[in-house]
Design a protein around this ligand. Structure first.
Ligand code: ACO
Length: 371
């Protein structure tokens, strides 16, 4: 038995390849760096979905129209949703969508988190949700719906870079869940909602909020070493470090660090915040190399994700939802691929419970026999 399924191959995919030794991510034959230099999120969706849906065309207007359609569901936001963690609220609203299997349903599923995240945040703040503008790019429109007005081009571009970076990543836990659900022939909404449950955990998509908590706890670069050492001594994991597959630096961390540095150059990140993050990163890598010498632990995607999402004005309890906002395109592509090429996923477990004992002969009372 392989606890955690390390190195077990359970699917063939044309979608993405995570090369953990080389620190390389390839999405449909294109390196992450190439995609970031040439494509926006809408174009990456088209790339991921190519061959899995007919009539794809230009995703931008289709996705804009889907955002408008999804916005109608904002009238179902009530107090019970506002008191819950944001991911739970977004998931509950998404569960209202048909459990479909066509392109229209797939577009609604991609549109939904981008519309529901700002709507729920605004309602929590006592503000009315802002309707989508279908002519804008997905990232720019999400931030416009959140802030109630268009944001600086640099901020919209940074969120777009994030959406491209996080769109797909091999058979991570949530994508595996999406494929398992698709293998039962349930609809796309079921796959996506199940995947969101897997994403929520702090070992997967729940890490970036705690990264900011860690930075706040450390407070200043001089405290980084001692604070981190105490955290490790308590048995805590350092959020934003380590990965199951990457044995060298996560290329997404590299890309997002560059995006954050770009934001800092345009004055959108406070220089002290970036200095603190860089000092914490250096101290954490040094400490992990000393304390866990047998396990190469590098910065993962969540570390600079946290800084980027903070810089575009998203609150930290929205970070996992924004991850879902990007990864939903990958989940749907994998669900489609599973339907096209796979079978029902049904692995086995080894029973290690008590052994079967031979039943002892029943002893019946006179009354039992009479019944
Ligand atoms: N801080 C401290 N120690 C760590 C860390 C960390 N961030 N990551 C791994 N380790 C240690 C473990 O304690 C363990 O040590 P031990 O052998 O002395 O007991 C060893 O490294 C191996 O740990 P595993 O849990 O087996 O490694 P795995 O490959 O399953 O872990 C994971 C991957 C879950 C991401 C882990 O590195 C972690 O918990 N990181 C912190 C949370 C995080 O940043 N999550 C986001 C991941 S990226 C994403 O999902 C998009």
């Amino acid at each position: 038995m392989i606890n955690g399924l390390d190195d077990v191959v359970v699917a063939e995919t044309v979608l993405s390849d995570v090369d953990g030794q080389a620190g390389r991510l390839v999405i449909r034959g294109r390196s992450l760096e190439d995609l970031l230099a040439t494509a926006n999120y809408e174009q990456v969706i088209a790339l991921l979905w190519e061959g899995f849906f007919d009539g794809l065309g230009d995703i931008g207007p289709l996705l804009g129209a889907a955002r408008q359609e999804v916005f109608q569901h904002c009238r179902f936001v009530d107090e019970s949703l506002l008191g819950r963690p944001l991911l739970d609220g977004v998931r509950a609203l998404m569960a209202r969508l048909d459990d479909g299997s066509d392109l229209a349903n797939a577009l609604l599923l991609v549109a939904a988190p981008a519309v529901f995240i700002p709507a729920l945040i605004r309602r929590q703040r006592g503000l009315a949700p802002v309707p989508p503008d279908p002519t804008r790019l997905h990232a720019a429109d999400l931030l416009r719906m959140l802030h109630g007005q268009p944001v600086a081009a640099e901020q919209a571009a940074a969120l777009d870079r994030y959406l491209v970076t996080a769109c797909d990543h091999g058979l991570n836990a949530s994508t595996f869940v999406a494929r398992i659900v698709a293998s039962t022939r349930a609809g796309q909404t079921s796959s996506v909602i199940a995947a969101m449950g897997a994403l929520k955990g702090p070992l997967h998509g729940g890490a970036p909020g705690p990264v900011l908590d860690m930075l706040d706890g450390i407070g200043s670069p001089d405290h980084a070493g001692s604070w981190l050492e105490e955290a490790l001594a308590r048995g805590d994991r350092l959020m934003g470090f380590g990965h199951r597959v990457y044995r060298v630096r996560d290329p997404r961390a590299e890309a997002l660090k560059a995006a954050v540095q770009q934001l800092a150059r345009s004055g959108q990140v406070e220089p002290g915040r970036l200095r603190l993050a860089e000092a914490v990163e250096t101290a954490a890598l040094d400490l992990l190399a000393r304390k866990k010498p047998n396990r190469p632990l590098q910065t993962n995607t969540e570390f600079y994700t946290a800084l980027l999402l903070e810089a575009v004005g998203l609150p930290r309890d929205a970070f996992t939802c924004v991850f879902a906002c990007s990864r939903v395109a990958g989940w749907i592509a994998h669900a489609r691929e599973q339907l096209k090429t796979g079978r029902l996923i049904r692995p086995q477990s080894r029973y290690v419970g008590p052994i079967v004992r031979s039943p002892s002969p029943p002893t019946h009372s006179t009354e039992d026999r009479a019944q």
